[in-house]
Write a protein that binds this ligand. Structure first.
Ligand code: PFF
Length: 458
């Protein structure tokens, strides 16, 4: 079975898989979402829980998800179906793949709107619009932009078309080259921004906010958000990494790739946080201000540093690229499924799925203006209506649930021989991974869920 190739093709090497999967993992989740949810959830204690979740749940589930993908070699739905049958279990496991496709649709619908903001900010920066800007000015610029649904819809449309274009060609063409150049460039520009942050008078405060935990700020809902973010940022729990794994050559190491991807992903998030929080405090902004945080703070940095317009433009180009390589992986599971089960041509499958997602995106477009209703859930108030509902439903519920089922399947249902055969690691490593996916990851996720809904009280 594992010698089989996916009908959608394969990566040219293990290295190509690693680049593509890193491209999927590193995206808006790291640069835009991590800082703003860290700000909303009180800082360092949240960051510590997130890091712990990456280590104890994220990496083992990533190894499991890639293993399933490479063994099944099909869309997540058919992979789950085939593997369940192969190991003598219920075909109902295929619905795990289905939930993933659904989660991917919802995530991409709002992801694309936010990526559109980055495209717009790239244009603003290239026109030197941030030069000498004040905190009030940056706030007003962001406010005026997001108040206008027509603008938001326009940039959402552009970004969806970009995503659909690459997916319709087949994810391999171009993706490798784009990521190879983008990732190092992103590191460099984040380091430049960190250098700027170091020269503000609030560097210590910003870094302390990220790394000096005050555990009294932890509630179960904060823990759930941190855990959900570990899944979101590593692209886990919905089949994106599974489908990329299905194109992975047999000889490449799954465990090694998973560690490299997770480390790169965490580094980008931390570098972004270090760039943003000192600027937040130096300008008297609110760390908990929400989804606009990146778009309000970084213009202040670019507006006051030498070569700011150039660096700003480059930065937003790179954010757009990072979002692009992630959005492609959000669309891919649905497209592979339509091609396999409904005999669609790739281009038609992409068009149909893309159109549905584009329409769903309209809910997010209006979440920042006409339909910006507030709601309260488990003690927290959310301001941006459907956008927050979509985000909570996917990142905090569907992805951890998907991840839990993936861990359970890999740990309890797949034969030891099959997972050993795919992983080919030293015995102690295999046993550690197996222990984590059998016992630790699923139970940790379950305990967090049960505490949040109040069934148990720890
Ligand atoms: N990991 C991406 C990010 O951090 O921006 C978002 C994402 C991509 C989530 C693919 C889920 C996914 F399946």
């Amino acid at each position: 079975m594992s010698a089989k190739e996916s009908i959608h093709g394969s990566w040219s090497s293990g290295w190509a898989f690693m680049l593509a999967a890193t491209g999927s993992a590193v995206g808006l989740g790291n640069i835009w979402k991590f800082p703003y949810i860290t700000g909303q959830n009180g800082g360092a204690a949240f960051v510590m829980v997130y890091l712990l979740c990456v280590l104890l749940i994220g990496i083992p589930v990533m190894i499991a998800e890639i293993t399933l993908g490479r063994r099944g070699r099909q869309s997540p739905m058919n992979t789950m179906y085939t593997l369940a049958i192969e190991s003598g279990h219920s075909p109902l496991w295929k619905y795990l793949g289905f939930m993933g496709v659904f989660a991917g649709f919802i995530i991409l619908s709002y992801y694309s709107v936010i990526a559109g903001w980055a495209v717009y900010y790239m244009i603003l920066s290239s026109m030197s619009e941030f030069t000498g800007i004040t905190a009030a000015g940056a706030n007003a610029k962001f406010g005026n932009f997001t108040q206008d649904p027509v603008y938001l819809l326009f940039f959402h449309t552009i970004f969806m078309l970009m995503t659909m274009y690459v997916v319709s060609l087949g994810v391999r063409s171009g993706l490798e080259k784009a990521t190879k150049f983008m990732m190092p460039a992103l590191f460099v520009i984040l380091l430049i921004l960190d250098g700027y942050a170091m020269n503000t008078n609030s560097f210590d405060k910003g870094v302390g906010f990220l790394f000096q935990p005050d555990f009294s700020k932890l509630t179960w809902s904060v823990v759930l958000t941190a855990m959900g973010h570990a899944f979101f940022t590593l692209s886990l729990g919905m089949g994106a990494i599974m489908v990329y794994g299905s194109y992975m050559p047999k000889r490449a190491s799954i465990a090694k790739a998973s560690f490299v991807i997770a480390i790169a992903d965490v580094l980008v998030a931390l570098l972004a946080g270090i760039a943003i929080f000192p600027v937040v405090f130096a300008n008297g902004l609110e760390p908990s201000s929400g989804p606009g945080l990146l778009f309000i703070t970084l213009p202040l940095a670019f507006g006051h540093m030498p070569w700011g317009a150039l660096f700003g433009t480059l930065f937003f180009i790179l954010v757009t690229f990072a979002a692009w390589t992630s959005s492609i992986s959000l669309l891919e599971p649905a497209v592979t499924w339509l091609v396999e089960n409904h005999r669609f041509k790739r281009i038609k499958a992409t068009f149909v799925a893309g159109l549905i997602i584009w329409v769903l995106g309209i809910f997010t477009v209006f979440s920042f203006n006409k339909w910006a209703f507030k709601f309260t859930l488990i003690g927290k108030t959310y301001e941006n209506g459907f956008f927050n509902i979509f985000d909570i439903l996917t990142a905090n519920i569907m992805l951890p649930l998907g991840g839990m089922l993936i861990a359970i399947f890999a740990g309890w249902y797949m034969s030891q021989q099959a997972s050993r055969d795919e992983l080919e690691v030293k015995e102690w490593m295999y046993m550690t991974w197996r222990f984590l996916v059998r016992y630790i990851s699923p139970f940790a996720i379950l305990i967090v869920f049960l505490n949040v809904i109040g069934v148990i009280k720890l």
